[in-house]
Design a protein around this ligand. Structure first.
Ligand SMILES: Nc1ncnc2c1ncn2[C@@H]1O[C@H](COP(=O)(O)OP(=O)(O)OP(=O)(O)O)[C@@H](O)[C@H]1O
Ligand SMILES: [Mg+2]
Length: 399
């Protein structure tokens, strides 16, 4: 089963290209689902169809779903929220304010991801296309399972133990209710499910496509998201340059735009060297409805297979050498100076701009020390050497 995610800056055509790609897949005979993680839900508008919170068939083999966040929220967050509400009640926070406080930020998108998990496990689909929210939210979302995982593994067990120990004292003294077992279970379940989602999305059958329009500001954001997606281990397997002005019959205004876009398209090719850059013309009308969307996708992929699995070994791998090993992490469009690297026990902490990834080192590397690091050809390479038997690798080091 193939999973395709579409992301990019606001308004560039993510929903249009995602919907078109899905329509093309369905027309080629595959059971296709397109779902959106964006609460704005413009898929229904693009297809010109009434779409419910369950998969709705809009053409043969083509299903569209706009996840009902509220419903899913109640199913997976309700236990946790109930507890939080009871705490806030004791503290004296009014009910309406409390409800707002216990809403998980980004919950809607997270729950759309949980929905994706169910669909992957259901075995009902050949292709699942995900229409993501604009870049920043999507990146936050895709980084979340790992961040939450870290929290769950380190902080949560400690907190749970502390809470258990304090239980008799706390509940008597302050009247603060203690979380029952079901709260911990709910958090643990959520963690396990998000972990699975992350494994699905960074696996060999999933890839992310960046949609952009040929404009300098849009390209700058697309380049950054390419870096960040790679940092978190997601495979980017192509770029769609949308709303490219056709060059024929040009008046001065259009000729100006064509020239400006050509310049940016050149930079797109350089920024995403090695990846296909598909193009889609700026049409004279909005591509709405299954047929228009499918035609747009046909033009975009121009005969190449839109579902081809991503090539290469993936953004993260470890290669053994005679001295130890080299860890390779794909990190396009950055220089060594922009990457901050440190070691914390069996974790490698990689920071690029405001994004940080905590990479758990494979077991075989935990007794190695970092000997050096460089960025070459869009890849971070960290060299590890074996420590002598009497030497203990430092808990903390900064490369
Ligand atoms: N190639 C194109 N030619 C003409 N109009 C287009 C083209 N691509 C998209 N559009 C139109 O541009 C508008 C924005 O497209 P779309 O909703 O797909 O963008 P989006 O990136 O999903 O936006 P958002 O960030 O709000 O989710 C829509 O009205 C769509 O029909
Ligand atoms: Mg959209």
């Amino acid at each position: 089963m193939r999973i395709l995610l579409f992301t990019g800056k606001g308004g560039v055509g993510k929903s249009t290209v995602a919907a078109g790609t899905a329509a093309l897949a369905a027309a080629s005979g595959l059971r296709t689902l397109v779902l959106s993680t964006d609460p704005a839900h413009s898929l229904a508008d693009a297809f010109g169809a009434v779409v419910g919170s369950e998969p709705t068939e809009v053409a043969e083999r083509l299903f569209v779903q706009q996840v009902d966040a509220q419903l899913r929220f109640e199913q997976s967050w309700a236990d946790i929220q109930k507890y939080l509400l009871s705490v806030l009640d004791v503290v004296g926070v009014d009910r309406v304010a409390a409800e707002e406080l216990t809403v998980l930020p980004g919950a809607e998108e997270v729950l759309a991801l949980l929905e994706l998990r169910l669909h992957v496990l259901s075995d009902e689909w050949d292709v699942i296309v995900v229409d993501c929210a604009p870049t920043a939210e999507t990146l936050r979302l895709l980084a979340l399972p790992e961040a939450l995982g870290w929290y769950m593994e380190r902080v949560f067990p400690v907190q749970q133990r502390v809470m258990k120990a304090l239980k008799p004292v706390l509940s008597r003294a302050a009247g603060v209710p203690m979380p029952g077992g079901s709260v911990f279970e709910a958090v643990e379940r959520l963690h396990a499910e998000l972990d699975e989602v992350q494994a699905m999305l960074s696996g060999p059958d999933a890839s992310v496509r960046i949609v952009l329009t040929p404009e300098a500001v849009v390209l700058a954001e697309a380049r950054r998201s390419y870096t960040t997606l790679s940092l978190f281990g997601y495979r980017v397997d192509g770029v769609v340059a949308n709303r490219v002005f056709p060059s024929d019959g040009a008046d001065d205004w259009r000729a100006g735009w064509v020239m400006a876009q050509d310049e940016v398209l050149l930079q797109v090719a350089q920024s995403f060297a090695g990846l296909p850059v598909w193009r889609s013309e700026y049409r004279s009308a909005e591509p709405l409805g299954v047929d228009a969307l499918r035609l747009l996708a046909q033009e975009v992929y121009a005969g190449s297979d839109p579902l081809q699995p991503p090539a290469g070994a993936g953004p993260f791998r470890v290669v053994r050498t005679t001295e130890g090993a080299v860890l390779h992490l794909s990190l396009p469009n950055v220089s060594r100076a922009e990457v901050d690297l440190s070691r914390n026990g069996d974790e490698l902490v990689v920071t690029v701009g405001s994004y940080r990834r905590l990479l758990t080192l494979p077991a075989g590397l935990s007794r190695h020390r970092v000997a050096g690091a460089r960025v070459e050809q869009g890849e971070l390479q960290v060299r590890f050497t074996e420590t002598a038997h009497h030497e203990v690798p430092p808990r903390q080091e900064h490369a």
